[in-house]
Design a protein around this ligand. Structure first.
Ligand code: R5P
Length: 274
């Protein structure tokens, strides 16, 4: 891996733990003003210092993220459909590579929709982005998207999607956690980061997901809604960090959550005004 590409990758991945906690705030590109992300700056600002990277679109980056904040950016490059479309897989590339360079981002991300009508176009988009990424030293993160079909999140499907992404040349892959995840890690050739998905019922469910993902070999997590839709988002991300970077158990993460929920009460109130 070339120096520039490696350097950008290790802005996002802690070089000591070799893991990462990314904060996903790129939902608006197809979901619009998602609950608790209506005003991205209000949501992101209190959390940004706890994130190893921030996943956003260029629109959110330019309007809602200060250039002075010391957070590496994972720029979403794919889009073109909305939550109102029948088929979310009809995506193209929505930002130029030149703009990604101008924005000085640490990596670019693009969704692939394996097994859908638009499988081919999303895979070819990934190939083109990887060519540019290799040329300019920019890591490319493939996202194995499932659209509205959340039930697709099983080892057979995700194993296939991740391997395709790796074969096309992705440097990192964002996927979902599932039973048999260790086998997906084994056959995916490059590091995997696990997305959070829709809100889980209890804090312990989120911490268990993170714990299992890390223990099955994930290089980290990229979580959005289970952090910023929670009424104690700072306490959530701090506990997630403890599992990912410090080897905390679910029980320890829960205990830490209860302590931080109290200590950060005022800050969180400001973030969670509806
Ligand atoms: C979806 O728009 C993005 O790929 C999200 O970044 C990803 O799903 C992670 O966010 P969440 O934890 O909310 O699922």
């Amino acid at each position: 891996m070339d120096w520039g590409l490696q350097n950008r990758l290790f802005r996002m991945i802690n070089p000591v733990t070799r893991r990462t906690v990314m904060l996903a705030c790129d939902h608006g590109y197809f979901m619009g003003p998602t609950h608790k992300l209506e005003n991205p700056r209000r949501t992101i600002e209190p959390l940004v210092s706890y994130a190893d990277a921030l996943a956003v679109t260029r629109g959110v980056l330019r309007t809602s993220v200060d250039a002075t904040w010391r957070v590496p950016i994972l720029l979403r490059m794919s889009g073109g459909s909305s939550i109102l479309s029948e088929d979310l897989s009809d995506e193209g590339v929505i930002s130029s590579f030149k703009d990604a360079l101008r924005l000085n981002v640490s990596a670019v991300a693009l969704s692939i929709f394996v097994g859908t009508r638009h499988e081919k176009q999303t895979l070819l988009n990934l190939g083109k982005l990887v060519d540019l990424g290799n040329e300019y030293g920019m890591p490319v993160v493939a996202i194995t998207a499932v659209g509205k079909e959340l039930e697709k999140r099983d080892a057979r499907y995700l194993g296939l999607a991740c391997r395709l992404a790796a074969e096309i040349g992705s440097h990192l892959i964002k996927t979902y956690y599932c039973t048999g995840f260790d086998k997906i890690v084994d056959s995916s050739l490059v590091p995997l980061v696990v997305a959070g998905g829709p809100r889980l019922e209890k804090e312990s469910d989120v911490f268990q997901l993170v714990y299992d993902a890390i223990h099955d070999g994930a290089a980290g997590v990229d979580i959005g809604r289970n952090i910023w839709q929670h009424n104690a988002p700072i306490a959530m991300i701090r506990s997630i960090r403890a599992i990912v970077h410090e080897g905390a158990t679910v029980r320890e993460a829960l205990q830490m959550f209860e302590e931080n929920r109290v200590n950060h009460g005022n800050v969180m109130k400001a973030v969670t005004v509806d």
